[in-house]
Design a protein around this ligand. Structure first.
Ligand SMILES: Cc1cc2nc3c(=O)[nH]c(=O)nc-3n(C[C@H](O)[C@H](O)[C@H](O)COP(=O)(O)O)c2cc1C
Length: 168
């Protein structure tokens, strides 16, 4: 089936998810719409797209509320689409896998064509007083990454692109 109509929806507090979403926007074939869920009064109509990519970032173990609401409101529609899910986060390996799994409803995790974590970045100069304290505690309690993986973004785009020959 040839599909060429993709919606990327995301939420981002300090711009990292937004950068990933824009990177994906440039890598996805066909017509692509991109939408910041935090800058809208209403959600886009997911039913009119062939493929949907949803991204958000993890703060104290949770993804943004706007992302959760979009997923819940469109659950039935989303399970029938070519679906890609991603998060930005500072943990890696098992902890990041767990954060990814808990960020989206189980029905979406199991129906997604691709889901991944891309890493994360903390720009200390943009953090509030409390955010600085929280991230300091996180750094003291475990190993954190401090980069976004362009390779993972490319791999993700390759998997969800309708023209990916490896899926034919
Ligand atoms: C206050 C605060 C809490 C955070 N909590 C978590 C967390 O629980 N787990 C995690 O993996 N990353 C956590 N992060 C890291 C963010 O997910 C990461 O910086 C991400 O790149 C932010 O993306 P954004 O700028 O698009 O919002 C936290 C960052 C801040 C500032």
């Amino acid at each position: 089936m040839a599909t060429d109509n993709t919606l990327i929806v995301y939420a981002s507090r300090h711009g990292n998810v937004e950068r990933c979403a824009r990177e994906l926007f440039n890598l996805i074939d066909g017509k692509v719409d991109i939408c910041n869920l935090n800058n809208r009064e209403s959600f886009p109509d997911a039913s009119t797209y062939d493929s949907i990519i949803i991204g958000g970032s993890i703060y104290q173990g949770k993804i943004q509320k706007s992302v959760s609401e979009f997923c819940e409101m469109n659950l039935d529609v989303l399970t029938k689409k070519r679906l890609g899910l991603f998060i930005c986060c500072l943990y890696s390996d098992e902890r990041a896998e767990r954060e990814l799994k808990e960020a989206f409803p189980p029905a979406l995790i199991s129906s997604a064509m691709v889901s991944d974590y891309f890493g994360g970045v903390v720009d200390k100069s943009r953090l509030s007083f409390w955010e600085k304290i929280i991230t300091r505690r996180m750094a003291a309690s475990g190993e954190l990454v401090s980069s976004i993986s362009k390779e993972k973004i490319k791999e993700f785009a390759k998997k969800i692109n309708p023209t990916d020959v490896s899926k034919k």
